[in-house]
Every structure is written in structure tokens, then in C-alpha cells.
Design a protein around this ligand. Structure first.
Ligand SMILES: [Zn+2]
Ligand SMILES: [Zn+2]
Length: 145
């Protein structure tokens, strides 16, 4: 697999148990389309909306022209054929900040035992999650009093 920017051979790296390909030269990152389900849905929608826009770089997987899109302010290119993504190094670290779960607690279980937490489906962004987490801990604290 070759870097779409400088044709360097991409090397295999690991990210959260998934395998990604990274360019040793420009540090760009190639993500498979199946890596992050939420991101993939967003990418598919954006690709659909920009059906007529021109491609910018060839997909490292299948050579199709990838389209420039953004996900919560992170710029990337997406391949219509395999939904693979290409991110510059700086954009990849911004994406990691968006998708990496908070380290303080596993929120996936806590949310289910809090009364009236139906608004949790509208949560997006780490700031909101942390704010939600502190609410949860307030509630849990009340239970133990
Ligand atoms: Zn490169
Ligand atoms: Zn592709």
C-alpha cells in the first residue's frame, strides 16, 4: 500500500486493537472504513451529499479518487468505494481526541442505571461526555449517602 501524498510504502501500526497503515514519510494515516462505525456513517452521508465534487487523492487501497470531507472539524479524505479514510498526522491526533473514550470511567454501563438519562443519546464530543460523567457521579454520590 502506497501513501497517496508521496508514494512511500505505508507501514502497519496498531490503534486501539485495530490495524491502521501509516506513512513513515509524511506520517499520514490510512484507516479502513470499518474502524469506527459512527465515523463511517458520517463519511457515507457526506460522500452522498458531495456526489459531484472532485476527488483529490487516490485511495491507497483501491486507487479510487478520495473526496475531502470533515468530521467534527477534523479534515480527511474518504474513498467512496471502500469508505477508507486518509488523514494527515495532525488531523489523526485530533480525531483520536474525539473518539477516544474518557479514561476516568467506563460510561457505557453507568449511563444505563441513572434515572432520566434518556438524553444521553444526544451526547457528542468529549466535553459533553465529561460533563455528563460528573452529573452521573453526582447522582451516584447521592445514592450512597
Ligand atoms: Zn506520505
Ligand atoms: Zn478505497
Amino acid at each position: 500500500m502506497l501513501c497517496p501524498v508521496d508514494d512511500a510504502q505505508l507501514t502497519l501500526a496498531s490503534f486501539g486493537g485495530h490495524r491502521i497503515h501509516r506513512c513513515p514519510q509524511c506520517l499520514g494515516v490510512s484507516l479502513s472504513g470499518s474502524l469506527l462505525p459512527e465515523l463511517r456513517a458520517h463519511v457515507a452521508l457526506q460522500l452522498h451529499q458531495q456526489r459531484d465534487s472532485a476527488g483529490v487523492q487516490p485511495c491507497p487501497v483501491d486507487g479510487q479518487a478520495m473526496k475531502p470531507i470533515d468530521y467534527q472539524g477534523v479534515a480527511m479524505c474518504a474513498c467512496r468505494q471502500c469508505l477508507g479514510l486518509w488523514l494527515e498526522a495532525g488531523q489523526f491526533s485530533r480525531l483520536l481526541e474525539l473518539v477516544e473514550p474518557p479514561r476516568q470511567a467506563d460510561l457505557s454501563n453507568i449511563g444505563q442505571c441513572v434515572p432520566g438519562s434518556s438524553s444521553s443519546s444526544s451526547i457528542d464530543g468529549l466535553g459533553d461526555i465529561l460533563e455528563f460523567a460528573s452529573d452521573v457521579f453526582d447522582v451516584l454520590g447521592n445514592f450512597t449517602d
